[in-house]
Design a protein. Structure first.
Length: 61
């Protein structure tokens, strides 16, 4: 990434500290996704269906 990649985030009012937090969160999700793929983990049925239909997950009652 270069400085201009952060412009949309900065335009929303994010300062250096907030940008650092965004970077950490994105990095963590990247790591966890790669780890899950490496272990061959699969999504549960409800999550997979929500992804295919682009609908929100809901908690079972």
């Amino acid at each position: 990434m270069v400085e201009s990649d952060w412009k949309p985030v900065r335009d929303l009012g994010f300062d250096d500290s907030a940008c650092l937090e965004v970077g950490h969160i994105v990095g963590l999700f990247n790591y966890l996704t790669r780890l899950a793929d490496g272990f061959g983990l699969k999504l549960d049925r409800q999550t997979e269906e929500a992804g295919k239909s682009r609908s929100a997950l809901t908690r079972p009652e």
